[in-house]
Design a binder for this molecule. Structure first.
Ligand SMILES: *[C@@H]1O[C@H](CO)[C@@H](O)[C@H](O)[C@H]1NC(C)=O
Ligand SMILES: *[C@@H]1O[C@H](CO)[C@@H](O)[C@H](O)[C@H]1NC(C)=O
Ligand SMILES: *[C@@H]1O[C@H](CO)[C@@H](O)[C@H](O)[C@H]1NC(C)=O
Ligand SMILES: *[C@@H]1O[C@H](CO)[C@@H](O)[C@H](O)[C@H]1NC(C)=O
Ligand SMILES: *[C@@H]1O[C@H](CO)[C@@H](O)[C@H](O)[C@H]1NC(C)=O
Ligand SMILES: *[C@@H]1O[C@H](CO)[C@@H](O)[C@H](O)[C@H]1NC(C)=O
Ligand SMILES: *[C@@H]1O[C@H](CO)[C@@H](O)[C@H](O)[C@H]1NC(C)=O
Ligand SMILES: *[C@@H]1O[C@H](CO)[C@@H](O)[C@H](O)[C@H]1NC(C)=O
Ligand SMILES: *[C@@H]1O[C@H](CO)[C@@H](O)[C@H](O)[C@H]1NC(C)=O
Ligand SMILES: *[C@@H]1O[C@H](CO)[C@@H](O)[C@H](O)[C@H]1NC(C)=O
Ligand SMILES: *[C@@H]1O[C@H](CO)[C@@H](O)[C@H](O)[C@H]1NC(C)=O
Ligand SMILES: *[C@@H]1O[C@H](CO)[C@@H](O)[C@H](O)[C@H]1NC(C)=O
Length: 433
């Protein structure tokens, strides 16, 4: 009888033969094609694709997302929050009714994701009580799911030397106390650490890594509970979090990597570059040279000139008129509303000014650790910035720049997390070999 191993070798040989004879690797749709559009509104499409992609790591169910996609009206933020609140409420009832722990866990994770979606487009009105109420439900659902994991994550509040505490969740792959490689993951402008669990941490844990997520000023918990907006000097967040990691015997400090997702690509690079020598590898998705340049992408020249003129009153009047205009695309409206909320300012001029300090000018040579970044062709938030970032890294030899094209080419490769995790962990495991 043949062993299963020889069966796999034979199967692989057949597959390799088939691939080379048909040459399936040159299919152009893989290099340039888009995905099916989940909404006529490109901003809603992006959010829905991201949520659909979380399904592979238990963050959603496909029919839920496609059903919501069918119900949501383009450019109607109320239809977006209402659809997801209704879906989340139903899931939450089903989760509470589940007697089996695994059933409850899976369903609570989905409910938590849908409450986060319900919140996502609501930040234009800071007085809207739903900003906190939805989040309370997402947190309760996520905590209930987490408690049913084989090794539940531990929520920690980490005091800093500034006027805020960092908020984190530490996940271990098992109950052993041996020192393990650890991935510290931080989000950016709008994502949450609960999103990061599904996008990155499940994959890290499956590979035997610890995974810790954290949030600082401007991010979901710190913005809501401590009322503090984004800061540019992100080492004020990362250094206390790394201090926390040193207190844990199950963390191998020689194998500590920092990952920054979305605008977190700037935050992580800044912290690791200039100020945190205990980080041994950096993963930025994408690499960011200037947050302000990213957010000004597509702005008309006259508006940029008005900003440069320094006339705050005039600039704010133009942006506020855009927010009141129903023809303004969802991406512009959401981007500015989220910026005002997360940077904690009512002035668009002040928001854009604050993003100006979020650049890496003068810091590139200080980045001395192996660095991985993603060149995503469809990234409209920070177009080509990973390439510009990687080009600037002259003081290290290990710079990985992976191109994501076609359906995988969205900002942060939404919908393609398994591809990203494959590439990142292949690279990280080589770095820490
Ligand atoms: C198959 O694709 C490879 C890589 O793109 C190329 O080098 C090779 O010439 C192709 N073979 C055929 C038969 O088209
Ligand atoms: C791939 O290239 C081969 C050789 O040029 C061509 O015959 C084939 O049609 C191509 N396949 C696709 C899917 O484009
Ligand atoms: C959606 O948000 C609007 C604005 O806050 C609110 O009036 C509405 O009740 C929300 N929908 C649901 C189902 O929570
Ligand atoms: C903001 O939300 C509050 C509380 O729900 C509501 O009273 C107010 O009318 C809303 N403002 C706008 C501009 O929609
Ligand atoms: C949060 O969940 C509770 C049930 O636990 C529900 O009664 C409440 O309406 C939900 N909150 C919102 C804002 O939908
Ligand atoms: C926190 O400190 C920063 C700068 O040190 C200051 O700008 C901000 O107003 C403070 N925020 C609060 C809520 O105390
Ligand atoms: C700023 O713009 C406003 C309105 O466009 C104008 O009235 C004002 O004079 C400008 N201020 C300066 C200092 O140029
Ligand atoms: C709203 O925006 C559209 C498209 O840019 C523009 O044509 C229209 O004049 C604007 N309406 C107002 C009231 O500013
Ligand atoms: C970069 O940020 C610094 C503050 O951190 C600021 O002084 C400088 O003007 C910014 N440079 C650019 C090119 O935006
Ligand atoms: C390059 O990195 C080394 C450490 O690897 C550091 O000592 C040196 O100062 C860096 N160069 C510059 C120009 O910052
Ligand atoms: C980045 O991706 C684009 C689009 O696929 C490609 O043209 C470019 O060569 C890539 N840049 C690098 C440096 O890999
Ligand atoms: C992307 O950035 C690189 C490095 O700065 C530059 O050489 C290239 O021209 C840029 N490509 C585009 C399409 O802007």
């Amino acid at each position: 009888m043949r062993s299963p191993g020889s069966f796999i070798v034979t199967l692989l040989a057949a597959l390799v033969g088939a691939a080379s004879s048909q040459n399936i690797t040159n299919a152009t749709w893989l290099d340039t094609g888009d995905t099916l559009q989940l909404s006529a509104d490109p901003t809603f499409h992006f959010s829905l694709l991201e949520l659909l992609g979380m399904g592979v790591y238990r963050g959603s169910d496909a029919a839920d997302v496609l059903g919501a996609a069918d119900a949501i009206l383009p450019s109607d933020f109320t239809s977006f929050n209402s659809t997801f609140a209704e879906l989340a409420a139903r899931k939450q009832v089903q989760a509470f009714a589940a007697k089996n722990k695994v059933n409850a866990r899976d369903t609570f994770f989905q409910a938590a994701s849908y409450w986060r979606q319900a919140d996502f487009f609501l930040h234009g009105n800071w007085s809207d009580p739903l900003i906190d109420l939805y989040w309370e439900n997402q947190t309760a659902c996520f905590n209930a799911a987490n408690a049913a994991l084989p090794v539940p994550g531990v929520r920690v509040t980490i005091p800093t030397s500034s006027n805020f505490s960092a908020i984190g969740i530490f996940y271990a792959p098992d109950h052993t106390t041996s020192a393990k490689p650890t991935l510290l993951v931080g989000n950016g402008y709008d994502g949450s650490q609960e999103d990061n669990y599904h996008q990155v941490c499940v994959a890290a844990l499956e590979r035997g890594w610890n995974c810790m997520t954290y949030e600082g000023p401007g991010q979901p918990t710190v913005r809501r509970e401590q009322n503090i907006g984004f800061i540019a000097d992100w080492e004020k967040v990362v250094t206390p979090v790394v201090d926390y990691l040193t207190t844990r015997t199950d963390v191998d400090m020689n194998r500590l990597a920092l990952s920054g997702i979305s605008m977190g690509g700037y935050l992580a690079a800044r912290a690791a570059a200039a100020f945190e020598p205990r980080i041994k590898a950096l993963v930025v998705n994408p690499g960011i040279v200037s947050v302000q340049a990213g957010y000004f992408t597509g702005f008309p020249d006259e508006l940029l000139a008005l900003f440069d003129s320094g006339n705050q009153t005039a600039f704010d009047a133009v942006i506020n008129a855009l927010l009141l205009n129903s023809s303004t695309p969802s991406g512009t409206r959401w981007g500015i509303e989220q910026g005002l909320w997360s940077f904690h300012t009512e002035s668009p001029f002040e928001f854009f000014t604050l993003t100006g300090a979020m650049n890496l000018t003068g810091l590139y040579d200080k980045i001395t650790i192996p660095t991985w970044t993603a060149n995503s062709t469809r990234d409209t938030s920070f177009p080509n910035q990973s390439v510009m970032f990687a080009t600037q890294l002259q003081n290290i030899t290990n710079v990985a720049l992976v191109t994501y094209d076609g359906p995988e080419g969205y900002h942060c490769q939404v919908g393609a997390s398994t591809s990203t995790n494959r590439d990142v962990f292949e690279w990280l495991e080589d770095v820490f070999e």
